[in-house]
Design a protein around this ligand. Structure first.
Ligand code: KIV
Length: 287
C-alpha cells in the first residue's frame, strides 16, 4: 500500500462512531509478529489478559500482572500502524476504586501507547469508568462472562439466561451511561446480545454473543489453533496451526538426529566464493 493510501489508526471516538455500521473486526494479540499479521485486517487489536492463559500457561487470567501487560503491550504496539490498540487492565489493578484505576490505566497507556483500556464489570464499575473517561482515558467495558470473576461466577458459564438477563442489561446501560466508548459482551445468549445492541448507543463487541453485535472479537490463539487446552463453543478455528507446528518440529528433530539437517545449502564453504570481475561488490548475507 502506498504511503498516501495508508489508513490512520482509528481512535476511541472513531470506534464509537461505528455503531450500527459495518461490523468492527478485532482479535487479541500479544507479540509483534502477530500484531503485524492482523494490522491491515482489524479495526482494533486487544492486548488481552488472556495472554496469561494462552502464552504463559496460567490456569486463569487472575495471575496476570501490570508488568506482563506492559511488556506485551509494547511488543504489540511495535507491530501496529493501522489498527487501534486497546489494552486490558489486569485483575486487581482497578477494583479498589477510581484513583487506583486511574493510576494504573494512565501507566498502561503511557508505557505502551495504547489508545484505550478495557476493564471488566458493569454496574459496579460505572463510577470508575466515569472517573477515567472524565480524566482522558477511553474505556472499553466488558460484561457478561467476566473471566477475572470466575471464582464468584462459579466457572465459565453463559451469563444472562432467564432471570439473569435484566442484570446483564442493566450492566450494559450502566457502562454506556458512564461513558464507555464500546462494550464487550462475552458468552451471553443471542437474543439478549441483540437486545443490548439495539438499546445501547455504543458499539457492542461480541465473543460468544451474536452476529448482530456491532463487532466481533476472538482470542487469536484460539482461532488459529495454537491454544489447545480447551475450545469454547463460540470459537471457530479458522486454521489448525498447533498440529502443523508440532509436525514441523518433529520433522526437524528427525533430520537433526539423522544428520540430514543442515543440508549443503545451509552451511558455509571454507573458501569465500570468487567475486565476478565485472560485478560491483555487494553486501550479501549468503556468505
Ligand atoms: O483477554 C481477552 O482476551 C479478552 C477477550 C476474550 C475479549 O478479554
Amino acid at each position: 500500500m502506498s504511503a498516501t493510501a495508508r489508513k490512520m489508526a482509528p481512535n476511541a471516538e472513531d470506534i464509537r462512531a461505528r455503531k450500527g455500521g459495518t461490523p468492527l473486526v478485532s482479535l487479541t494479540a500479544y507479540t509483534t509478529p502477530m500484531a503485524q499479521f492482523m494490522d491491515g485486517h482489524c479495526d482494533f487489536v486487544l492486548v488481552g489478559d488472556s495472554v496469561g492463559m494462552v502464552l504463559h500457561g496460567l490456569p486463569s487470567t487472575l495471575g496476570v500482572s501490570m508488568e506482563m501487560m506492559i511488556l506485551h503491550g509494547q511488543a504489540v504496539a511495535r507491530g501496529l500502524s493501522q489498527a487501534m490498540m486497546v489494552i486490558d487492565m489486569p485483575f486487581a489493578s482497578y477494583e479498589e476504586g477510581p484513583a487506583q484505576a486511574f493510576r494504573n490505566a494512565a501507566r498502561l497507556m503511557a508505557e505502551t501507547g495504547a489508545g484505550a483500556v478495557k476493564l471488566e464489570g458493569g454496574v459496579e464499575m460505572a463510577e470508575t469508568i466515569r472517573f477515567l473517561v472524565k480524566r482522558g482515558i477511553p474505556v472499553m467495558a466488558h460484561i457478561g462472562l467476566t473471566p477475572q470473576s470466575i471464582n464468584t461466577l462459579g466457572g465459565y458459564k453463559v451469563q444472562g439466561r432467564d432471570a439473569q438477563a435484566d442484570a446483564v442489561l442493566a450492566d450494559a446501560h450502566a457502562v454506556a451511561d458512564a461513558g464507555a466508548f464500546s462494550v464487550v459482551l462475552e458468552k451471553v445468549p443471542q437474543g439478549l446480545a441483540d437486545r443490548i445492541t439495539a438499546e445501547v448507543a455504543i458499539p457492542t463487541i461480541g465473543i460468544g454473543a451474536s452476529a448482530g453485535c456491532d463487532g466481533q472479537i476472538l482470542v487469536v490463539d484460539d482461532m488459529l489453533g495454537f491454544f489447545t487446552a480447551f475450545k469454547p463453543k463460540f470459537v471457530k478455528r479458522y486454521a489448525d496451526l498447533g498440529p502443523l507446528a508440532e509436525a514441523a518440529i518433529s520433522e526437524y528433530a528427525t533430520e537433526v538426529r539423522a544428520r540430514s539437517f543442515p543440508a549443503p545449502e545451509h552451511v558455509f564453504a571454507d573458501q569465500a566464493p570468487v567475486a565476478a570481475k565485472t560485478a560491483a561488490p555487494k553486501a550479501s548475507q549468503k556468505d
